[in-house]
Design a protein around this ligand. Sequence first.
Ligand SMILES: Cc1ncc(COP(=O)(O)O)c(C=O)c1O
Length: 340
Amino acid sequence: MKDIDWSKLGFHYTEPDYIVRSAYHDGKWEEPYATQDKFLHLHVSATCLQYGQEAFEGLKAFRGVDGKIRIFRWRENARRMAKSAEGLYMAPVPEEIFGKAIHLALEKNMDFVPPYGTGATLYFRPLLIGTTPRLGVGPGRDFEFIVIPSPIGPYYPGKFHCTTFVVNRHVDRAAPFGTGTFKVGGNYASSFRATEPAHAQGMDCLFLDARYHRYIDECSAANFIGIKSKDQIEYLTPRSSAILPSITNDSLMTLAREKGYKVTRRHIRLEELAQMQEAAACGTACVISPIDKVIDPENNKVYSFGAEPGPILTDLYRSLKDIQYGRAEDKHGWCEVIEN
Ligand SMILES: Cc1ncc(COP(=O)(O)O)c(C=O)c1O
């Protein structure tokens, strides 16, 4: 194992020994291979640079309580990346190539899988880019698929805590039926002018639907969850044609149903926050990031959920982490256990 102070590792890139690459030419993917070269020899007119033909993914491997490594739901990431590829007119990476590349990246960087108990994980960043040189506007015919592994520190180095979100009506993340359901770089670059000012104030950004600015779309780079717990417990999450289908949200919805909660996916008006007892952002990085307040500056309104994470979301957070770390039964077969 690498000599790294795992619990002090931040939530940023640490250079792995190997990355894995596979190129697509003449309609065929090459066998994924590991390389220590982290640089690309890319034509200046490549379609990823000229027209943004780029998609990516994010998933994690966890060292469990039994010392075994578990890769969480990588097939779902493979499927979502195939949809992103189709969305940008790129060749989808077959699930077999995606799986081989993830497993090879893990095998070649075993020393970077953090030990159990540190909260650190091995993160994989699969990346797909268009490499055909082209100046006339149009898609390329050549692509490169790359898996970049990196150990990352715990999302909550201290205790599980809340974040404040601010509503932004000046910047839209993605248009209805645009690229919001795909995980493509352009969505993120175009959100920076909303998220960076929010981060500078120690907050995060809540995006509304781009057409009416009426319904909740997404929390920065995460899905939104609201909990109503007055009578029956209800787990609410937005339905929208502009948000990324989160694998964490899908897993949490399954767990919520198992706990007997009502699970509803529908349009959620911003003002409905006033009827919720708990709220959070969810995604691979944090699992759940509870929200203490949503500030709506234009309407001079603040929706408050309490300074500490609420009981329902805290329980869901623990339940999913218990599965990822092998502390609870994995009834749905979400983790691929690597015998090492
Ligand atoms: C825009 C956006 N929404 C939601 C998510 C959460 O998705 P997942 O749970 O699959 O990580 C992410 C992170 O991947 C994201 O970037």
